[in-house]
Design a binder for this molecule. Structure first.
Ligand code: ADP
Ligand code: MG
Length: 714
């Protein structure tokens, strides 16, 4: 999404295949509601990958515009290629061969190709073993991609270029000119998506426009069908920009309309009041071995004020890693307990659930001996799970901590007053809803906690039906983590530091680069890195590996916490919230691929005790731009500031985890103009004022309902 890669205004498509396919599977007429399985040449894998991107129907496909364009320009002779530029070449295959990289254990295909002038260059395709069987010497190809000088000798090279086989009947249709970039997973290609979009395009006219016409006109927005056409197949980048602007407006409007509906519904729900009692908070504070920070007290006061109402609380507690959110939740649970009500706390992983169990017990047991805290996770013996369920159902257990098991199993609570969800964006709406239904008495008050710093504009756009409390202050006495950006040549120094710390009795994390394509690839790369470190770099240390595809993740983590291993090689999949106070080094490989706020979160895994801690950021891409970005992390320890920077630089996709947040890039981008969001909010309020049920605008009503299903917590 780097702006300099954007084609200039008015760049046009170089060539378009004249006989572009417009047929669905033979004999099957496509409609907007057709599942993507009916798209031509879609196989079961394609369908699975599309689903992962939230694309289930032809409608979804049309509404998902490309997030960027690549422009490689008209073909040039190989002799004129210069390193690090983007280019298109028309070439013939001279030699081609499949290989396995010994170092990184990945498949690659190498080819030598020549142009009409007889100049040659090298091409490497990673993870595309089929290329070696698909292509033969003599085949003509159109290639577009980044050019770099080959590592060995001066020859030019392209890695994973866009590749199109060209024949007399099939001139290049995709490669070159403006090439759309769609969100992808695994082996889905932008080219394939573009082909399907082309097939579906005749249906664009049937899409219903959710923006009421008077709103559309007063904001000079494109009608939906036109936006879909221009967004997918623009003649100029200006077309694409206007299309995205319209889609973003519609999306924000849907969210705002959904929040208004949600708030109306919530306003008539009844929760049990939890009256504020000074003696409870005094007892709670007396049981802590620290003073609550001012920010914690403020957040807690917000919570108490909400809980004493008979409208259910719906609050998002947003505070950096280590800011002490758990203590706030514990104080709220104590208050609920004093009114005879139970609390549930749901965490995304078993490790975190166990950690919460210990933390809540430590906070609450000294002051409230009768307040029993129990754990429910699927990893417990059946008899123990039964006992905990009984204890919850009888009302004995005052605070029940757990994972998804809480909603998956037949857990009932006698008198649930408060439901807390930690790291809330990891849970779907349905899961949160199920949790809230556990109450036999009325709606529980609800509190979500997240350590992802969310800038205010994004919070309003995404969680507008909630109220927010921000904990923007860290407990005293923390030594800030010393953060350094390490140049690739200085990697050895980073390793030396790891060894030094481990020799001194501390522990270290090594985080493997983010690979977007699939968890399987991530796991594979992490395993390879682990073996390399174990054998070549730290043969003298005890290393352990943990990645998302492993079954016994918890066991590995527990062992690391118990100091059985000294260096934990991990993927970012397992980054959330674990507490290992003895760990003092966080080494992040491929740091330039992470969002800034994500790096900040990783950094939050160390510096949890008095020892001086280090965060080492190693970049794969040593360009100035990438290093400057990383230096921001080194310079500030303010997670909100980094999140804001992320948002300004490249949208928040990375920050919240791809596709988990339910907001598109274009909407994210539009949030950089805060006045737009307030305009949209005003429009939504005006519409709802005119007609609270939105019956006048059924398309908007339906769209808002869909949003509620996906994202709301009501
Ligand atoms: P979060 O969940 O917000 O990341 P935690 O609740 O896990 O943070 O707290 C991090 C650590 O700080 C815990 O060890 C906790 O006991 C400690 N802590 C919390 N509040 C304070 C405080 N006000 N003063 C000192 N230490 C605190
Ligand atoms: Mg926490």
């Amino acid at each position: 999404m780097a702006p300099e890669r954007r084609p200039s205004r008015g760049a046009t498509i170089r060539r378009q295949r004249p006989d572009a396919p417009r047929r669905a599977r033979p004999g099957v007429p496509l409609s907007l509601d057709s599942p993507v399985t009916l798209l031509p040449r879609s196989n079961t894998n394609d369908v699975r990958w599309l689903r992962k991107l939230g694309i289930h129907t032809v409608r979804d496909l049309l509404l998902e515009l490309p997030f960027d364009w690549e422009s490689y320009g008209a073909p040039v002779p190989i002799a004129e290629l210069s390193s690090t530029a983007q280019a298109t070449v028309d070439v013939t295959v001279v030699r081609i061969q499949a290989k396995r990289s010994l170092i990184r254990d990945i498949s690659l295909t190498e080819a030598v190709v020549a142009d009409d002038h007889g100049s040659t260059m090298k091409v490497v395709w990673f993870h595309q073993p089929y290329r070696a069987t698909q292509l033969r010497p003599g085949d003509r190809l159109a290639l577009a991609g980044k050019v770099r000088a080959s590592r060995y000798g001066g020859r030019m090279e392209m890695q994973n270029p866009h590749t199109e086989v060209v024949t007399d009947q099939h001139p290049p249709g995709w490669v070159g000119g403006l090439m759309p970039k769609y969100h992808l997973t695994e082996k889905l290609t932008s080219r394939k998506v573009a082909m399907w979009v082309d097939v579906a395009m005749p249906l664009a006219g049937e899409l219903e426009d959710e923006i009421p016409e008077h709103v559309r006109r007063s904001h000079h927005l494109l009608p939906l069908a036109e936006a879909v056409r221009l967004g997918h197949q623009p003649a100029t980048t200006e077309d694409w920009r206007r299309a995205r602007e319209r889609m973003a407006f519609a999306e924000l409007l849907e969210f705002q309309a959904a929040f208004l509906m949600a708030r109306r519904r919530m306003a008539v729900e009844r929760a049990t009041r939890i009256p504020y009692r000074q003696d409870v908070i005094d007892t709670f504070k007396a049981g802590l071995d620290f003073e609550l920070t001012r920010a914690q007290k403020r957040a807690l006061w917000d919570v108490y004020k909400d809980m004493r109402q008979d409208v259910p609380m719906n609050r998002l507690l947003n505070g950096d890693v280590g800011s002490g959110k758990t203590a706030v939740a514990a104080a709220a649970a104590a208050m609920a307990h004093a009114s005879g009500l139970q609390t549930v706390v749901m965490a995304p992983t078993e490790i975190l659930a166990r950690q919460h169990l210990n933390r809540f017990r430590a906070y609450l047991e000294p002051g409230f001996p009768g307040l029993s805290v129990e754990l429910l996770i699927s990893d417990l013996p059946a008899a123990e799970r039964r006992r905990v369920r009984m204890s919850a159902a009888s009302g004995m257990c005052a605070l029940l901590v757990g994972t998804h098991a809480l909603i998956e199993e037949e857990v009932q609570l006698a008198s649930l007053g408060l439901a807390v969800v930690d790291e809330q964006h990891r849970f779907g709406t349905r899961q949160r809803e199920l949790l809230r239904q556990k109450s036999a008495t009325g709606r529980p008050h609800f509190m979500a906690m997240t350590a992802t710093p969310i800038p205010r504009s994004l919070a309003l756009a995404l969680y507008g039906e909630m109220t927010f409390s921000v904990i923007d202050e860290m407990p005293p006495g923390r030594t800030p983590v010393r953060t350094e950006v390490v140049a690739p040549d200085d990697r050895q120094q980073a390793y030396d530091l790891v060894r030094r710390e481990v020799r001194g009795g501390r522990q270290a994390f090594v985080i493997c680069p983010l690979i977007e394509e699939s968890e399987k690839l991530v796991a594979k790369a992490a395993t390879a890195e682990f073996e390399r470190l174990r054998i070549k770099v730290f043969p003298d240390l005890r290393l352990a590996l943990v990645h998302g595809k492993m079954k016994d993740k918890d066991a590995v983590m527990q062992a690391f916490r118990g100091r059985e291993s000294q260096v934990l090689v991990a993927t970012s999949v397992v980054e959330v919230g674990i507490d290992v106070p003895n760990a003092t080094v966080m080494l992040v490989e491929g740091a330039d691929r992470f969002g800034l706020a994500q790096l900040h979160q990783l950094r939050g895994r160390v510096g949890r005790a008095a020892h001086r801690s280090h965060c080492l950021l190693l970049a794969d891409d040593p360009s100035n731009k990438s290093l400057a970005r990383l230096r921001l992390v080194a310079e500030t320890s303010d997670g909100f500031r980094l999140a804001q920077e992320d948002m300004n630089l490249c949208g928040m996709g990375e920050l919240l985890g791809p596709r988990q947040h339910g907001i598109s890039d274009q909407a994210m981008e539009s949030l950089q103009k805060p006045e737009l969001l307030s305009e949209v909010r005003q429009e939504a309020e005006a519409l709802a004022a005119a007609d609270p049920d939105l019956a006048l605008w059924p398309a908007l009503w339906r769209a808002a309902e869909r949003r509620l299903e996906q994202t709301s917590v009501t």
